[in-house]
Design a protein around this ligand. Structure first.
Ligand code: AMP
Ligand code: GLY
Length: 425
């Protein structure tokens, strides 16, 4: 098959590597890709926002299947436009991507389908928001309804902090994403990411992971896209996984189908495991980044088979095989991230690190200079991933590889995996 993968991050490098290893992959293109994906297939410069460009490329190159990594093209309806042209695409329609695109949409669905989630209220002006916040008390969570690149959620410890967040969001700091807010109960427990494939009717559990959103060691400092992750999440044992599938994932799949907007693709549930059980914090409608970088090294099945079963509605006839190994990834970011990252700084010894046993180095925000030197190009630059019999073993391998990389312009967290490792002690 001839495949086109959309995206350019560490997630896409992890997907590209797995796709390129499939016996069904005859050609792989990545748009726009990065220097890492260039080793898995052919990078192509396409204007992904212009769906016409993508469609024209698919026709010219006889693409059989398009796989979409990030959320923005999904929410913009790229899958709908491809399918209208008879091109197979892996990912939800625009209507189904609302599970990620609108927090209010997901909360209403939870009410309708009886899915456990935090109590909430939708608000359209600051006065109503503040009245509800004062009535509920703190801690309380303030969320912009729309996509806000990770900046749309404030977990407020005090009423004052919540009110400042309300003024910031309604003040236009997040643009259209903040036209409506959701104010919700602050859940207490341990967070985990849960991934399932959904074909419109059936759902299939993939695996769990935990990421590290804060920029600093000990979970301090501002939120980022994710500074590291590991899989599996020890808190998601088999019984918990079955419960999440039953109470949260399949209930969502049934409700979306009933509404006439069936969900197809990857459903990524952000969960809080509370004393009462798992509760849905939010949905993403794609693989996580950096979670994908720890899922793919553990997946032993052919990724193209799984994707085809999803697109063709056959998920009830396929069982993915996973390695018993754990995987852990450490994100190396450019100094300045998550503010303004320093770009154009030189990175050395990536190949030496990548050659180490059970280590994979995924590129996220890199570029190559004409002389071949590797440079930083974005905030999150590399995801250094290792496998091991335990999370602790994967952690020590990953950090050994991190130490081989010479990059004065970068930084990383030194404690990825701490929660899981503390548990086993
Ligand atoms: P997001 O940027 O949407 O991934 O959410 C950011 C983070 O906010 C989540 O990963 C949680 O740590 C936290 N969060 C969101 N909603 C709640 C909630 N209702 N209770 C506690 N923490 C929450
Ligand atoms: N790592 C969280 C996300 O991909 O949204």
């Amino acid at each position: 098959m001839r495949l086109l993968l959309i995206g350019s991050g560490g997630r896409e490098h992890a997907l590209a590597l797995k796709l390129s290893q499939s016996s069904k992959c005859d050609a792989l293109f990545i748009a726009p890709g990065n220097p890492g994906t260039a080793h898995c297939g052919t990078n192509v410069a396409l204007d992904v926002a212009g769906h016409g460009d993508v469609i024209a490329f698919c026709k010219r190159e006889a693409i059989d299947l398009v796989i979409i990594g990030p959320e923005a093209p999904l929410v913009a309806g790229l899958v709908d436009d491809l399918e209208a042209q008879g091109i197979k695409a892996f990912g939800p329609s625009k209507a189904a991507a609302q599970l990620e695109g609108s927090k209010a949409f997901t909360k209403e669905l939870c009410v309708e389908a009886n899915i456990p989630t935090a109590a909430f209220k939708r608000v359209y002006d600051a006065e109503a928001a503040k009245a509800y916040i004062r009535q509920q008390g703190a801690p309380i969570v303030v969320k912009a309804d729309g996509l806000a690149a990770g900046k749309g959620v404030v977990v407020a410890e005090t009423i004052k902090e919540a009110e400042v967040a309300v003024d910031m969001m309604f003040g236009g700091a997040l643009g259209k994403a903040g036209a409506e807010l959701v104010i919700e109960e602050c859940l207490i427990g341990e967070e985990a990411s849960f991934f399932a494939l959904v074909d419109g009717t059936h759902s299939l559990a993939l695996a769990s992971a935990q990421d590290h959103k804060r920029v600093g060691d000990g979970d301090t400092g501002p939120n980022t896209g994710g500074m590291g992750a590991y899989s599996p999440a020890p808190i998601i044992d088999e019984a918990m996984s079955a419960r999440v599938m039953r109470e949260i994932i399949q209930s969502t799949v049934d409700a979306m189908k009933q509404r006439g907007t069936p969900f197809c693709g990857v459903l990524f549930a952000g969960l809080m495991i509370t004393k009462e059980g798992p509760k849905l914090i939010e949905y993403n409608t794609r693989f996580g980044d950096p979670e994908c970088e720890v899922l793919m090294p553990r997946l032993e099945s052919d990724l193209v088979d799984l994707i085809l079963a999803t697109v063709e509605g056959r998920l009830d006839h396929i069982t993915p095989q996973w390695s018993h190994d754990a995987a852990l990834t450490v994100v190396m970011a450019a100094k300045g991230y998550p503010g303004t990252p320093q770009t154009g700084t030189e990175i050395h010894n990536v190949d030496q690190a990548a050659a180490m046993k059970d280590v994979t180095v995924y590129h996220a925000g890199t570029s190559t200079r004409e002389d071949g030197a590797l440079l930083s190009k974005g905030g999150r630059v590399l995801a250094i991933t290792a496998r091991g019999a335990t999370i602790a073993e994967a952690q020590s391998r990953a950090y050994e590889a991190v130490k081989v990389i010479e990059w004065p312009g970068g930084f990383y967290r030194k404690d990825i995996g701490w929660r899981a490792i503390a548990k086993t002690r």
